[in-house]
Write a protein that binds this ligand. Structure first.
Ligand code: 5CA
Length: 444
């Protein structure tokens, strides 16, 4: 892709309305454009990143056997009246009436809708468990939308739902999602810590928030530092191994604000391991048994002939919020260098030729290099504008492809100036560069 043809409206300076670095960068490089308070259009650069995040989230959901569906954004109030949440949800719910005067709403979450789908088709324990997810826009009329897409009113969420015959089976499903969340965030190059959390309007009594550390985060967290050293790579999708994986995490004190108890914290966690800090909630999982299945009459036949309400959980990831969360974690705002993890980078590499009006040789080389990269599935952005060199580098540092090739006067025929964005230049042949990037891509 040539920069001159792309729609990447870069601003010279930081927009003054943005208070945190992810919001600043997203506006600065034209990833998003505000449409109204807490509602954004996604421009090419931002949309590309979000779609890559969505893809990783999807792959990890599929790996644990969750099935993708797509429920509507607009829901009928009827099912919310059945669950009792129509009144409880309050002013965060955007309520709409259609031309027949029917009460509708823009879904803030989908427990009711998915329970309605489930109860109309599944009648026997033999069809359980069922794990279903969708990736869809949500609307919550937040009182204080802020920090750009971090706390939007309209936002993109992956929400999954599990249906099981018993508590024991339901915990098995819960643990599968627990693992898939650890795997998902790791592929996004984030360290997200599962913290015991409150359940709020979703309900239930077992819940974990997945939080990444960031000074600008809205969640206050209290934890034992040693939880950061845990790894989960080789956990099998079996009941016992998943149970012990969760136990491994739960052995350490890690809670959000609402669950914090000072006395307990100081008793359980030694002084040197105590960490009190802030973070961004990128995911949240809940177990709530029959909170929705009971009032909505979602039951199945059990082996002995009896019936029981299915046991449910729900599992959310803030897909649009993750774009901001990754920036919070990776953007060096002092030097104005963004380095996207290769797994979600809008481009794998930036090619920056020095262009002289009378000499197109650098641009010709850039074109040839791009052809080779394309053949190897490496997605490049080429700065073909005639701006001066330092402003080109500045721009590309903000766009944040993880690698750069610089084609200057000094470039020799077979060695290229190559670097990881923000790091030292190395002189390497194109073949070696392709090898480095391909190897890293394959390891994601
Ligand atoms: N039904 C459950 C699980 S599917 C649920 O809605 N959970 S939630 O309320 O915790 O939201 C799930 C995730 O969506 C959060 O962890 C957060 O990452 C993201 N999220 C929630 N509210 C917003 C918002 N206003 N703006 C951006 N992302 C949000």
């Amino acid at each position: 892709m040539f920069l001159s043809n792309s729609f990447i409206p870069i601003l010279k300076n930081n927009p003054s309305e943005a208070k945190i670095k992810s919001h600043q960068l997203m506006l600065r490089v034209g990833m998003i454009k505000q449409a109204s308070a807490g509602i954004y259009s996604w421009l090419p650069l931002g949309f590309k990143v979000m779609k890559k995040i969505e893809d990783i989230v999807r792959q990890e959901q599929n790996k644990i056997g969750a099935q993708e569906i797509l429920m509507p954004t607009i829901q009928s109030s009827e099912i919310w009246k059945e669950s009792g949440r129509y009144d409880d949800y309050g002013e965060e719910m955007l309520r709409i009436t259609d031309r027949q005067n029917r009460e509708m709403l823009y879904g803030p979450t989908n427990e009711e809708q998915v329970t309605e789908i489930f109860r109309s088709s599944i009648k026997s324990y033999k069809s359980l468990p069922q794990l279903m997810y969708h990736i869809q826009w949500k609307f919550r009329d937040e009182i204080r939308p802020r920090f750009g897409i971090m706390r939007g009113r309209e936002f993109y969420m992956k929400d999954a739902y599990s249906f099981d015959v018993s508590d024991e089976e339901a915990f098995y499903s819960y643990n599968k999602f627990f693992l898939s969340y650890l795997r998902t965030f790791k592929r996004l190059s984030l360290t997200a810590i599962p913290m015991a959390a409150d359940t709020g309007p979703i309900g239930g009594n077992l819940s974990h928030e997945f939080v990444i550390l960031a000074d600008t985060g809205e969640s206050k967290i209290f934890t034992d530092k040693r939880i950061f050293d845990l790894d989960n790579d080789d956990t099998k999708l079996e009941k016992i191994s998943l149970q012990s994986m969760r136990k491994k995490y739960e052995q350490f004190y890690a809670v959000t604000d609402e669950k914090f108890n000072k006395e307990e914290f100081e008793k359980i966690v030694s002084k040197e391991n105590q960490l009190i800090t802030k973070g961004i909630e990128v995911g949240h999982i809940f177990y709530f048994g029959d909170k929705y299945s009971k009032p909505m009459g979602a039951s199945v036949d059990l082996p002995g002939g009896k019936k029981d309400f299915v046991k449910m959980g729900s599992y959310g990831i803030g897909v649009s919020r993750l774009v901001g969360a990754i920036i919070e974690a990776k953007y060096d705002e002092k030097n104005e260098i963004m380095k996207w993890p290769l797994s979600v980078a809008p481009y794998d590499i930036a090619i920056i030729p020095m262009i002289n009006k009378n000499d197109t040789s650098a641009l010709d080389s850039a074109n040839n290099i791009n052809k080779q990269l394309l053949k190897n599935n490496i997605d490049a952005i080429i700065d073909d504008t005639d701006e001066n060199f330092s402003s080109k580098i500045k721009k590309m540092n903000l766009i944040g492809a993880p690698y750069q090739i610089i084609i200057g006067k000094k470039s020799e025929a077979d060695l290229l100036e190559f670097k990881e964005t923000g790091e030292e230049i190395q002189n390497l042949p194109l073949g070696k560069i392709i090898e480095i990037i391909t190897k890293r891509k394959n390891s994601i």
